[in-house]
Design a protein around this ligand. Structure first.
Ligand code: BES
Ligand code: ZN
Ligand code: ZN
Length: 461
């Protein structure tokens, strides 16, 4: 648990068992300088011969109390995250932290860095941390708290094991947003079938846990624009009959990270009271094996009317998304931002930290790309190369659900684009949605990737 508080008292004058001063390129920043003057140059002397790189720290004992010198890097939020983690590790319960010009990024980083997921630990480590930030307005902290709350929620949902976070459970969690004035509608199997979502249902049919289609609407009065979000909601992806090997299956509880990003962003948006109408659509199901599971070779009828030949049951996300995207468009979406842990190929192309961005329309693509840049989330544009459309041709149906091994992230994106006419941005977040090891902004596990980008997109509309 981390608490950020605003205070008027500057670093030098404050009373605290621990003060934190930043060091960049071997130098103190202004408030650290002032503190050092009060301490007779003790900090500067301590720094000699120890220039402190990003994330490195040096604890200095002075007659006035302890001062932690902490290396500041290029990215303020990352440095904030590392600081929160260091303070937790050193078991300091509270500190007065030198503010930075990018106060929001610092606050966000401190909050995100301190995240932990202990729900299923019998012994929970209580590490409460209270940080006071001189001169940072309460409004800045409040904003950061609301953003972090959405990211935390998205991470919790991704980290929750798949036996507990079933499609039904995900729908129940989504309904919690009603407390914030978000309308939540949940369609059961019958309603999904009645609508004609044949592709979504086929993916879901192998599991004893029934699917749910979750529809969300945050509509503040006087909204100045509308944003429609679609998130991939596979609460577990075994691959189906095109079974994944155990190592690849190990992180597949995270195959609903797109849905988690949509939910987290809608939570933050409602808390922040953003003046934009936001709708969210999640086709939640599991991809499992059984006597009822869909097969390789099956032909499915999507909501759009287009038929799809299943050539790999592990390319299930695009099938559920085809129906969700078509549904979103029928609800009057003007533009769609869709997030999914869609392909291993995007991870091969861009690694674990960068999401692949595909846009059917350049202006919408650059708006999202720039928003991601401001949010501090890494995305990179990829081509929706039309020449590869023929890889998706089927001898028996309108399309097949996979191409060949080459350009797998692109053919997946091309497949999705077959089911919408309005501008679509598809973010393939298979890499950055789930961290295999701890990082500056959090521990291993769900990252909440996408939440902050969605919020920046909504703000830009
Ligand atoms: N959920 C996976 C994609 C994935 C891979 C997410 C690694 C996170 C980390 C998706 O459903 C999948 O299995 N895609 C296949 C597509 C292939 C069969 C064309 C893949 O990437 O191998
Ligand atoms: Zn799959
Ligand atoms: Zn999947």
């Amino acid at each position: 648990m981390i608490t950020l508080l605003s205070t008027e008292v500057p670093l030098a004058q404050g009373e605290a068992p621990l003060k934190v001063a930043w060091v960049k390129e071997g130098r103190l920043l202004p408030q650290g300088e002032a503190l050092d003057a009060c301490l007779g140059g003790a900090l500067r002397r301590a720094l000699e011969g120890a220039p402190l790189k990003e994330g490195e720290s040096l604890l200095v004992a002075t007659p006035e109390g302890q001062v932690l010198l902490f290396g500041l890097g290029e990215e303020v939020s990352s440095s904030g995250g590392r600081l929160a983690q260091a303070l937790q590790r050193l078991r300091f319960p509270e500190a007065l932290v030198e503010p930075l010009e990018e106060a929001h990024a610092l606050a966000e980083g401190l909050l995100l860095g301190a995240y932990r997921f202990q729900r299923h630990k019998s012994e929970k480590e209580e590490r409460t941390l209270t940080l006071r930030l001189p001169g940072v307005p309460e409004g800045v902290l409040e904003r950061a708290r609301k953003v972090a709350e959405g990211v935390y929620w998205a991470r919790d949902l991704v980290n929750e094991p798949p036996n507990l976070l079933t499609p039904l459970a995900l729908a129940e969690r989504a309904m919690e947003l009603r407390e914030l004035g978000v309308e939540v509608q949940v369609l059961d199997e019958e309603a999904i079938a009645a609508l004609g979502m044949g592709a979504f249902l086929a993916v879901a049919q192998g599991s004893a846990n029934p699917p749910r289609f979750i529809e969300l609407r945050y509509a503040p009065p006087g909204a100045r624009a509308r944003l429609d979000l679609v998130g991939k909601g596979l609460t577990f992806d075994s691959g189906g009959y095109s079974l994944k090997p155990t190592e690849s299956m190990a992180t597949m509880k995270s195959d609903m990270a797109g849905a988690a990003a949509v939910l987290g962003a809608m939570k933050s948006a409602a808390l922040l009271g953003l003046p934009v109408e936001i709708r969210g659509y999640i086709a939640a199901c599991e991809n499992l094996i059984s006597g009822r599971a869909y097969r390789v070779g099956d032909v499915l009828r999507t909501l759009s009317g287009k038929t799809v030949e299943v050539m790999n049951t592990d390319a299930e996300g695009r099938l559920t998304l085809a129906d969700a995207l078509c549904y979103a468009e029928r609800q009057g979406a003007e533009r769609i931002l869709e997030l999914s842990t869609l392909t291993g190929a995007s991870v091969v192309a861009l690694g674990e930290e960068v999401a692949a961005l595909f846009a059917t329309e350049p202006a919408w693509g650059s708006l999202v790309q720039e928003a991601a840049g401001r949010a501090g989330e890494k995305v990179w544009p990829m081509p929706l190369e039309k020449a590869y459309r023929e890889k998706l041709k089927s001898p028996v149906a309108d399309l097949k659900n996979v191409g060949d091994r080459n350009g797998g992230a692109i053919t997946a994106a091309l497949f999705l684009s077959e089911f919408v006419r309005v501008p679509l941005v598809h973010l393939d977040i298979a890499g950055p949605a789930f961290a295999k090891k701890a990082h500056a902004l959090g521990p291993e596990g769900g990252t909440g990737f996408g939440v902050r980008t969605i919020l920046k997109v909504a703000e830009a509309l």
